[in-house]
Design a binder for this molecule. Structure first.
Ligand SMILES: NC(=O)C1=CN([C@@H]2O[C@H](COP(=O)(O)OP(=O)(O)OC[C@H]3O[C@@H](n4cnc5c(N)ncnc54)[C@H](OP(=O)(O)O)[C@@H]3O)[C@@H](O)[C@H]2O)C=CC1
Ligand SMILES: O=C1O[C@H](COP(=O)(O)O)[C@@H](O)[C@H](O)[C@H]1O
Length: 494
């Protein structure tokens, strides 16, 4: 039986009237509470500027949880609203008084988590006010959860890191990458290191290439302003995609501790071959969605979205080839692609094994055996598929592809905890393994910065478009074709 560790803490959410709090944070805290992972000894203080009464704030919490009954109302009684402008230093004194009072009332033993669910320009200032006004000085723990984006490029990330490091030490800082909270992303490590059949093959002798796709059907929605400055490279590649690459490529850690795992991931990021500015076009492809059709409905192009320039060259799609210059991965391409308004919502990893040395079954050169594929289905379906070749029934030597499937969430789709729920629980327990260390953030920016520099200086006309509802621009297919590979279809059923 799994032993549930009950935790006591106060969580201060900066940005508690925002979208992230409503859609992800309140429901996640509720799930922890209803599963008994949060004890009765917890309180949440929400910060925002708008005027809301205590009752209105608690009603918003109940609404975001989705069920209004005695239990959820009782849950919402743990929530307190404290409106102020985070740039106003004096307000932190009042907040401190409130935390001292709640600490006593809920007996949380001085444990405090400060969750920055706000625009990044406030991160440094909030951290510094928390320190100067003594809110981080407590008898329990004091931790900072920080949302993405962590900077815009390496220099801005360094500046931000310096600011928050004046108030919090590295082991108090929890930088969220919500992909690291996904069940099947966490499973990568287990699939690799708990199975005798994979690890011996997990290298350049047996693997031909690895493909990671994270495609979305949604467009930029109401985030045009943010996305114009970010684009898919900063929004998805710098963080989620490179994190998946590092989990797939890292060496087995000597122990499953936070430091050991992070240290192995950092080595991968260090070994990634830098893309020279002159080679960006050879290794990376970008695209922008034009109008198209998704699920039978017309959708507008990126340049017609709200808060997007009609001449925008911001990429909504990126495909790239990454090489890792170490003994294990020399010459094995890791292909990544991610984009908005694509054909389907899906995150998948396909490990393509090398062909067998000699094909005994077909002596005509037109017929090939399918390579073995290990597919890790991250979302929406969660599971693993292994594609093999087997004898076609009845025929003398006919070969048919067969699949061994494991579906993680087929029985109960609702049972998989949300990434935010898992990450919050990790933070209250002090487990930073699934958060990104500063060195990971810095190395990731170092890798993507030359690419964005080139793209930002490119001619306006140089961005390819792809119709919404497709799998991206054709150049992404050419990228693999140059190496005699192709993208494996996402619609491969489980
Ligand atoms: N939404 C999402 O799905 C995701 C969001 N993120 C990140 O999370 C963070 C928050 O995003 P999101 O919730 O969407 O943003 P929203 O714009 O929806 O919310 C912003 C919040 O900040 C508060 N706020 C803004 N300025 C001030 C101020 N000067 N003083 C006090 N409060 C202020 C707002 O409160 P009020 O309006 O009451 O002043 C509101 O609660 C961002 O860093 C974003 O990049 C990351 C991944 C996904
Ligand atoms: O961080 C982000 O991730 C989402 C995609 O997350 P997923 O869990 O739905 O795959 C993306 O839509 C967003 O632009 C980006 O900021």
């Amino acid at each position: 039986m799994e032993i549930t560790e009950q935790v006591k803490t106060i969580v201060v959410i900066f940005g508690a009237t925002g979208d992230l709090a409503k859609r992800k944070l309140f429901p996640s805290i509720y799930n922890l509470y209803s599963k008994g992972q949060l004890s009765e000894k917890f309180a949440v203080v929400g910060i925002g500027r708008r005027e809301l009464s205590q009752e209105e704030f608690q009603t918003n919490v109940v609404k975001s949880v989705g069920t209004d009954n005695a239990y959820t109302r009782e849950f919402s009684q743990h929530f307190y609203y404290h409106p102020f402008d985070v740039t106003n230093r004096n307000s932190y004194v009042d907040l401190k008084g409130q935390l001292v009072q709640l600490d006593e009332e809920y007996q949380v033993e001085g444990n405090r988590i400060f969750y920055l669910a706000m625009a990044p320009e406030f991160f440094g200032e909030i951290a510094q006010h928390l320190k100067r006004e003594g809110l981080t000085n407590t008898s329990g723990y004091s931790r900072l959860i920080i949302e993405k984006p962590f900077g815009h490029n390496l220099p801005s990330a360094q500046l931000l890191n310096e600011q928050i490091s004046q108030a919090f030490t590295e082991d108090q800082i929890y930088r969220i990458d919500h992909y690291l909270g996904k069940e099947m992303v966490q499973n990568i490590e287990v699939i690799r290191f708990a199975n005798a059949i994979f690890e011996p093959l997990w290298n350049n002798r047996y693997i031909a290439n690895i493909q990671i796709t994270s495609s979305e059907v949604l467009g930029v929605e109401d985030r045009g302003g943010y996305y114009e400055k970010s684009g898919a490279l900063r929004d998805m590649v710098q963080n989620h995609m490179l994190q998946m690459v590092s989990l797939l490529a890292m060496e087995p850690p000597i122990k499953l501790t936070t430091d050991e795992i992070r240290s192995e991931k950092i080595k991968v990021l260090r070994a990634m071959r830098p893309v020279k500015e002159t080679e960006v076009h050879e290794y990376f492809v970008r695209g922008q969605y034009s109008s198209g059709e998704i699920n039978g409905e017309r959708v507008i192009g990126y340049r017609e979205e709200n808060n997007v320039s009609e001449k925008s060259t911001t990429e909504t799609y990126v495909a790239g080839k990454i090489l890792i210059d170490n003994f294990r991965w020399a010459n094995v391409p890791f292909y990544i692609r991610t984009g908005k308004r694509m054909k389907e919502k899906s995150t998948k990893i396909v490990v393509q094994f090398k062909d067998i040395p000699m094909n005994l079954y077909y002596n005509n050169s037109e017929q090939h055996l399918n390579p073995n594929l290990l597919v890790i289905h991250i979302q929406p379906m969660e599971g693993i598929t292994l594609s093999l070749n087997a004898k076609r029934q009845g025929k003398k030597i006919g070969i048919a592809p067969v699949k061994l499937d494991y579906c993680n969430n087929c029985e109960d789709v609702l049972n998989t905890p949300e990434a935010y729920e898992k990450l919050l629980y990790d933070c209250v327990r002090g487990d930073a393994t699934n958060f990104t260390h500063w060195n990971e953030v810095a190395l990731s920016w170092q890798f993507v910065d030359p690419i964005s520099r080139i793209w930002e200086n490119d001619e306006v006309t140089s961005i390819s478009t792809y119709p919404a509802g497709t799998m991206g621009p054709d150049e992404a297919n050419v990228l693999l074709a140059k190496d005699d590979f192709h993208w494996w279809s996402l619609s491969d059923s489980m």
